[in-house]
Design a protein around this ligand. Structure first.
Ligand code: NAD
Ligand code: ZN
Ligand code: ZN
Length: 348
């Protein structure tokens, strides 16, 4: 079968021929219908050898959708033929955090050698993929896999980040979204669906901001050194109750901290290739600002998102690519010219 692999440190992703996998005990084989491309792939492929921990060759793709085609010995709870999306941050399934569905924070995954698909285990950018347990599959019924697959990360990560701050998003509150790409354009929609907050979106070009407006941002601001002042102006000086930074570079973290209101949350989701950090201390930021760095989301939260998708809440913007063009999709991601999420469709 064909797969998109990262094969050498510093190399480019390549379309290669690999052996079709077989599901082992308890596992499930999917025929992949759609696989999303995330900026985190670009981040890991930019890591130097001493920091790269995902194994080589690595079949990429941590956003997967597919049709169940085979169950391994003892695998139960899902039928062959079911259309599903894959919950990616696999955990042990039995520790206290996993018991709450927070497998993204499983403290035992490392020692047990459990890795997410596309981030250690073979990923979704292939004609077939093995999922380690039926528990990591969410049926999607008649939803379009291309429009649904981004929910597994580009949706789930902001959904988790927003849910934890919902008590702060009262009537009259403001949420700022920095970076309106794959994750950011869904964050805007999740904010609009879940809260009465006014949403202010920041990005670096007018085209990106056009998408932000289209998917529900009330106001848009170009992300530059003047942005924090403009956001303060739009909020009559009060600032934002939640700031979601989907870039995570020093200038955007600085903007995030500068626009944070008293008792706000600053949530840094983006992972910068250069070291970046929020400075916290007296007279640096508004009182009782909490700063946090979340990773992905919980299993139940993906089920909630799929339910929201069935209600027609999301307008997921995607650019589709054939498997042969996946390397081109990665180039476009790297240069920042994608709109919404790039999704690879193996059958194209
Ligand atoms: P993306 O490339 O689709 O979107 C990034 C957006 O940020 C683009 O629209 C780009 O124009 C914009 N941008 C770049 N520089 C900017 C600046 N200075 N100010 C404002 N906007 C700017 O990326 P994505 O796939 O949505 O991922 C976003 C980030 O989130 C990445 O860093 C990725 O690694 C990270 N991520 C983190 C998690 C997690 O669990 N914490 C999960 C998924 C992705
Ligand atoms: Zn990702
Ligand atoms: Zn666990």
């Amino acid at each position: 079968m064909r797969a998109v692999q990262y094969r050498t440190i510093g190399g480019k992703p390549e379309v290669v021929e690999v052996e079709k996998p077989a599901p082992g005990p308890g596992q499930v084989l999917l025929e992949v219908t759609a696989a999303g491309i995330c900026h985190s792939d670009d981040f890991i492929m930019g890591l130097p050898e001493d920091q790269y921990v995902y194994g080589l060759p690595l079949t990429l793709g941590h956003e997967g959708a597919g049709r169940v085609v085979e169950l391994g010995p003892g695998a139960e709870g899902i039928e062959v033929g079911t259309n599903v999306v894959v919950y990616g941050p696999w955990g042990c399934g039995t520790c206290h955090l996993c018991a709450q569905g927070k497998e993204n924070y499983c403290p035992r995954a490392g020692e047990l050698g459990i890795n997410p698909p596309g981030l250690g285990a073979p990923g979704a950018l292939a004609e077939y993929m093995v999922v380690d347990s039926p528990r990591h599959l969410v049926p999607i019924g008649d939803l379009d896999p291309v429009k649904t697959v981004p929910l597994t990360d580009a949706g789930l990560t902001p959904y988790h980040a927003i849910k934890r701050s919902l008590p702060k998003l009262r009537a009259g509150s403001t949420a700022v979204v920095i970076g309106t790409g794959g994750l950011g354009h869904l964050a805007i929609q999740i904010l609009r669906a879940l809260s009465p907050a006014r949403v202010i979106a920041l990005d670096v070009t007018d085209e990106k901001l056009e998408l932000a407006t289209k998917v529900g941002a009330h106001d848009v601001v170009l992300s530059d050194a003047a942005a924090a002042g403009k956001v303060r102006g739009l909020t009559r000086g009060r600032g934002a109750d939640l700031v979601l930074d989907f870039v995570g570079a020093q200038p955007t973290i600085d903007t995030a901290m500068a626009v944070a209101a008293v008792e706000s949350d600053v949530t840094i989701v983006g992972i910068s290739s250069k070291p970046a950090a929020a400075q916290v201390g007296f007279f640096r930021q508004a009182y009782e600002t909490s700063v946090t760095v979340p990773y992905w989301g919980a299993r139940g939260e993906l089920i909630e998102l799929v339910e929201l998708a069935h209600q027609g809440v999301f307008d997921v913007h995607t650019e589709t690519f054939a498997m042969a063009d996946a390397p081109k999709a990665y180039e476009r991601l790297h240069e920042g010219t994608l709109t919404g999420r790039a999704v690879v469709v193996p059958s194209l």
